[in-house]
Design a protein around this ligand. Sequence first.
Ligand SMILES: Nc1ncnc2c1ncn2[C@@H]1O[C@H](COP(=O)(O)OP(=O)(O)OP(=O)(O)O)[C@@H](O)[C@H]1O
Length: 641
Amino acid sequence: METTALLRDPVAYYGAPGPVMLNAAMNVQVPRLNIVNLSYTVKTKPGAWYTGACFKSAPERKVLKNIDMSLNSGEVTAIIGNSGCGKTTLLDVIACRVDGRVTGNIYFKNYVCSKTLMQSCTSYVIQADRLLPHLTIRETLRYTAYLNLPGYATDNSINSKVDTVIHQMGLTRVADSLVGGAVNRGISGGEKRRVSIAIQLLKDPDILLLDEPTTGLDSFTAKYLVKSLRELARSGKIVLMTIHQPRSDIFKLIDQTAILSQGEMAYFGRSDEIVSHFTRLNFPCPVYANPLDVYIDVCSVDRKTREREQNTKLRINDLVQGYRESPQHEAMVASMTDSQKIPKYINFQNKASRRNSPGVYRTFSTILSRMNKNLFRDPGNVLTRAISAPINMLFVFMYLGRLDLDQRSIQNRSGLFFQTMLFSQMLPLILTVFLYPPLRDLCYRERRDGLYSSWYFGIAYHVHAFPFHIISGLMVCAVGYWGIGLYSDFGYSCQYFVIHILLILISENITQFLMALVYDYHLVNIFTSMLFTLSLSISTGFFRTFKDLPAPLRWLSYTSAVKYGTEIITVNEYTNINITCDGLKPGVPCRYPSSQAFLDQNYPDAVDELQQNYGCIFGIYAGSLILCLLAYKLKKVPNLN
Ligand SMILES: Nc1ncnc2c1ncn2[C@@H]1O[C@H](COP(=O)(O)OP(=O)(O)OP(=O)(O)O)[C@@H](O)[C@H]1O
């Protein structure tokens, strides 16, 4: 294969080479990724927490040991090995996406790879396809292109870039089909994989890393996908992927193969030299067998019995040693040493670490418009967002009817206020847990890809949800305030509306804050429901008046926005209506001869503290918003695979 014919023109792209490049023999430098003596160590969990694990020091485990690899642009390299041998970890380390201790070096074009450098040159296709179900393939790619490409890129250039990757990945026929999800059927699993790859190609990366791109695909689709990757590599990219069970016809498409065993390299070299290498080590490949299957088995530890485990471990040690002493390894180390002597492209690092960002407005509007489109495509989600609270309020209207001014109406009013508080706490929680996780996962993937910072996502989500809160709040107010018949005044109904909206926003912020800290949304759901239920019990005064609460609970209730909201709407109502003692049976004492008596007995300080209560509820809203945005900013993005 003519290597030079496969290359893009690096000099034109990255600027003139350094002076030593004048040497005619070195006139063209093949862009190379050299991995030299790479090891990776993690701290493992010393056991379950109930065994006192948090007090023990975490033992270290070397997941990757002394890995040497040299990858050329224009070629496809596959990492294979049994489950748990370290394939994904090796990709993560190369992409600089790990938290543990890395020793050794990774060089790209002779530059030591930093996180910024790798983020700009590398695209990483993770195992899971994190896509929004209600967008078409073209829309998905177009939105990502807007986030990826510089702000000066025109709509036409973005569309043509999107068309190019659609064509490259063979998605033309389904380009305008919905991606689909668990409920709405969309494109097939193989097509989703190709969309994930197409997303990463928009960046036009020098290095493409793929974690198990063929998993879950039928053999025909898997072969088609690897063929597409080979064509991509031939256009001048380094393609490195992990493969679980490579078929023999896929094997023929792979230029170099790395076989990992327990984190060590058992073979790295040309794919067509595997059989001769292992035959030299006394492991010939049986006739008609797939060499990759055979050598994955040979390099796996058999843990059925202790004896077998020891024997296979000894065998693997010999294989690793055999590889390190092999001509392939020696030749690779020599070529890496030679390539290190070639001078660097002098402008490369500057160019690579300077990302042309799309700009604040384009980033924000793209994230927002994508969220809106994904939601509006699903009428069920739109209705859930807009009308679940008003429908609940209609139900309250059905059982309360219109309010009167007699003694019984006091309990009805308390019921209505309790329901108002309940909806404004619980519905945002339910909606957030239901609608938010796919958006959050997508945000995590894109933040890992370095597309934008968490502020954009956090603020866009608030702006996206806000109109629904307003629409839903107006309907709740129409039914709950005017329909059920609270004090008839426009100003007071506006206050009821504002309190309802503020409580919704606070509840949503708290839920999002917890979802930023804890990935498992079921846990967040359980914890937040309990928190809100407790807050409703102690902070509203409906079950027990504040002054009767035990002191610690009374102090706790001051942290709840529900306390201030309840007091404001209660005071607004009872300072304006005249409760009567009508409707009581003869001889039954009138407990609240006036509205003032009701306030004096149940909310004695609320009238004087009206302004203060408003201040507190706005303060809690601002605090919860800041907490929520900070949580996204400060919490490390989980490495989703
Ligand atoms: N941060 C970490 N903490 C603890 N153990 C880790 C960490 N990262 C990787 N490991 C361990 O390293 C080993 C290799 O994991 P890795 O996911 O790379 O395997 P793999 O070869 O990709 O497996 P599979 O093919 O099943 O996906 C596993 O035993 C894993 O538990």
